[in-house]
Design a protein around this ligand. Structure first.
Ligand code: DX5
Ligand code: ZN
Length: 221
């Protein structure tokens, strides 16, 4: 496994040609396939649900990295695990009992992730770090693909990296999500990110395989 890991976001795929796009990702150097689940309540958009996820699972050879932008995600953890999620990331802001929800994810046999919205400081994770496999730092306000990275998220990635180093939790992955491009991937890797979600910059590229290779050349922090 070479870092950074690249997780193309299915949200930017052609939904009328999902099998084609999933198989295109299979043949690429991508590490994971990122799956954005939106409920129209936690974020102002609705993406797709279990039938689509199950169809994608049939064709993908990449681990499914499921990002839940839904309220009360604890209601659906087992179902996402059964549908084939390798990792399940819940939003800190959507979980009243984050500790319990993380335990539920682990019990379901998945890697556990926590996502932080723009305004949520990294320190809220201090007491649950030993239950987490990955932290997802939102680099946009979630809800839509194709947005521009918000610059204040870069120092936040650095703060997260520092917290992991200070607490000796350096096996936890730092994933960045939203507006990741070839132009800012180097800066994000330098700040400490080691998983890059990329929707538009992969699927809208003339050569998506080459875009994935280019995103990967940035050195591991
Ligand atoms: C947005 C999603 C992202 C999105 C990224 O709420 O969480 O994963 O698909 O898309 P791009 O890379 O186009 O910003
Ligand atoms: Zn996402």
């Amino acid at each position: 496994m070479t870092f950074p890991l690249i997780a193309p976001s299915l949200l930017a795929a052609d939904f009328a040609n999902l099998q084609r796009d999933v198989e295109m990702i299979n043949r690429s150097d991508a590490d994971w396939l990122h799956i954005d689940i939106m409920d129209g309540v936690f974020v102002p958009n609705i993406s797709y649900g279990f039938p689509v996820l199950e169809a994608v699972k049939k064709y993908t050879e990449k681990p499914l990295d499921v990002h839940l932008m839904i309220v009360q995600p604890e209601r659906y953890i087992e179902q996402f695990a059964r549908a084939g999620a390798a990792s399940i990331t819940v939003h800190y802001e959507a979980c009243t009992h984050l500790h319990r929800t993380l335990a539920q994810i682990k019990e379901a046999g998945c890697q556990a992730g926590v996502a932080l919205n723009m305004q949520t400081p990294v320190t809220v994770l201090e007491d649950v770090l030993d239950m987490i496999d990955l932290v997802l730092i939102m680099t946009i306000n979630p809800g839509f693909g194709g947005q521009k990275l918000i610059p204040m998220s870069v120092p936040k990635v650095r703060k997260m990296r520092r917290l992991l180093e200070e607490t000796g939790q350096t096996t936890i992955l730092i994933e960045v999500d939203g507006g990741v491009t070839l132009d800012n991937a180097g800066m994000l890797a330098e700040a400490g990110a080691n998983v890059m979600v990329a929707g538009t910059s992969v699927f809208a590229a003339k050569d998506p395989h080459e875009a994935i290779r280019q995103l990967k050349v940035h050195p591991q922090p």
